[in-house]
Write a protein that binds this ligand. Structure first.
Ligand SMILES: Cc1ncc(COP(=O)(O)O)c(C=O)c1O
Length: 411
């Protein structure tokens, strides 16, 4: 970054600070990951200069010989990864991808049946504070006491509310979904099916979780979580919905695609097609299972009974009497980054909920395995049980930095 260093010290210094923070910190935010240097290079490429409204072969500006190549590559690789009939790689991120899908499939006022936020759903699945909730009528299904989605209730709600769209997918749910059940309920009431696989896309690409693409009419995702690509979104769908999705994206919702980002997506999808990515996805599952077992040993209560994917949702208030916010702050002090999170029907407030969400995709990218996970669970327990003991927290922080240095990042 020699040019940046010379020209703009302030920005340069903040990037260097962030690099050091990432190198020395234990990143347990379930939606974060570390892209490869190759993806970073594609992101920082001259494609950022180019306008390319439209789609490969049908653009509104000249000079598209290379943007078409890179966008077609991203599409071809994504189709292969997920066995999709049609792929649009232009969504700027996950939230716009969901909005675009709603626009393509629905009319204002139509009903969507989606998962409740506190039961693991996502804001863009109809939380009242979002724009989509002002446009569409969302009704929400929940999980049962045993942690599984209540498919009986889901079916009863579908019959009662007659949704035009049934939406699966989550940002804090840790169990495998029954895709076939979603499909059969939707068929019964004549609804379109959509799955937001943002969190698990990398596990699907690595073939350790069943692929939702064959089951659902439309699948949206982000590309930057377990999939380990640049920050962005993507929509995969059946050919039947291809035209509606493409039109809803452009000119319906977005302008020029970010081709530097699409180049980064193509590189990341190329990486995800390699056998090493399958091993990565397998290790994520092993690490998450180890974390589940270790945390249970320390007396933590895990929501949904445990995990089938890359994360756990822990009721820290119910287990240790410390709120999610306090836990997040205490762990920040020892260099362990995660986020406070609501638990199902949380009696506490969203900004100070009962839970924390812990994910292992980023530390698995660094090469950490079961042995390190055991240490991390121990530190989490130690830091939360002694969250007012500054000396203790400092000691743990030193150990965290020392372990992170053994798994170097962006050398
Ligand atoms: C399930 C799900 N969908 C959509 C999004 C939104 O993605 P973005 O933050 O890229 O807009 C997220 C992000 O947290 C998510 O977890």
């Amino acid at each position: 970054m020699k040019n940046l260093k010379k020209q703009d010290r302030e920005v340069y210094k903040s990037i260097m600070g962030e690099l050091k923070r990432q190198q020395e910190g234990m990143e347990l935010i379930a939606s974060e990951n570390y892209v490869s240097e190759a993806v970073l290079e594609a992101l920082g490429s001259v494609f950022t200069n180019k306008y390319s409204e439209g789609y490969p072969g049908k653009r509104y500006y000249g000079g598209q010989e290379y943007t078409d190549v890179v966008e077609n590559l991203a599409i071809k690789r994504a189709k292969k990864l997920f066995q999709a009939e049609h792929v649009n790689v232009q969504p700027l991120s996950g939230a716009p991808a969901n909005m675009i899908a709603y626009m393509a499939l629905l009319q204002p006022g139509d009903t969507i049946l989606g998962m409740d936020l506190s039961h693991g759903g996502h804001l863009t699945h109809g939380h009242p504070v979002t724009l989509s909730a002002q446009i569409y009528n969302f009704v929400r299904y929940k999980t049962k006491k045993n942690g599984l989605i209540d498919y009986k209730e889901l079916e009863a709600m579908a019959i009662k509310h007659k949704p035009k769209l049934i939406l699966a997918g989550f940002s804090a749910y840790t169990r495998q979904l029954n895709y076939a059940k979603f499909r059969s309920i939707a068929k019964k009431v004549g609804a379109i099916t959509m799955m937001d696989m943002a969190h698990i896309a990398g596990l699907v690409a690595g073939k350790v979780i069943t692929n939702p693409v064959p089951y659902f009419d439309v699948v949206t995702t982000t590309t930057h979580k377990t999939l380990r690509g640049p920050r962005g979104g993507m929509i995969l769908c059946k050919e039947k919905y291809a035209q509606a999705i493409d039109k809803a994206l452009f000119p319906g919702f977005q302008g020029g695609p970010h081709e530097n980002n699409i180049a980064g997506k193509a590189v990341a999808f190329g990486e995800a097609l390699k056998p090493s990515f399958k091993r990565y996805a397998q290790q994520i599952l092993k690490n998450a299972k180890t974390l589940e077992k270790e945390l249970k040993k320390y007396g933590f209560k895990l929501m949904f009974g445990g995990t089938d994917n890359h994360m756990v949702l822990v009721d820290v208030f119910g287990s240790k009497g410390i709120s999610g916010k306090e836990a997040e702050v205490a762990l920040d002090k020892v260099g362990i980054t995660l986020n406070k999170n609501m638990i199902p029907d949380d009696p506490r407030k969203p900004l100070d909920p009962s839970g924390v969400r812990i994910g292992v995709p980023a530390i698995t990218t660094r090469g950490m395995k079961e042995k390190e996970i055991k240490k991390i669970a121990n530190w989490i327990n130690d830091a939360l049980e002694n969250h007012q003991d500054t000396k203790k927290l400092k000691l743990i922080h030193k150990e965290v930095i020392s372990l992170c240095k053994k798994f170097p990042l962006y050398k």
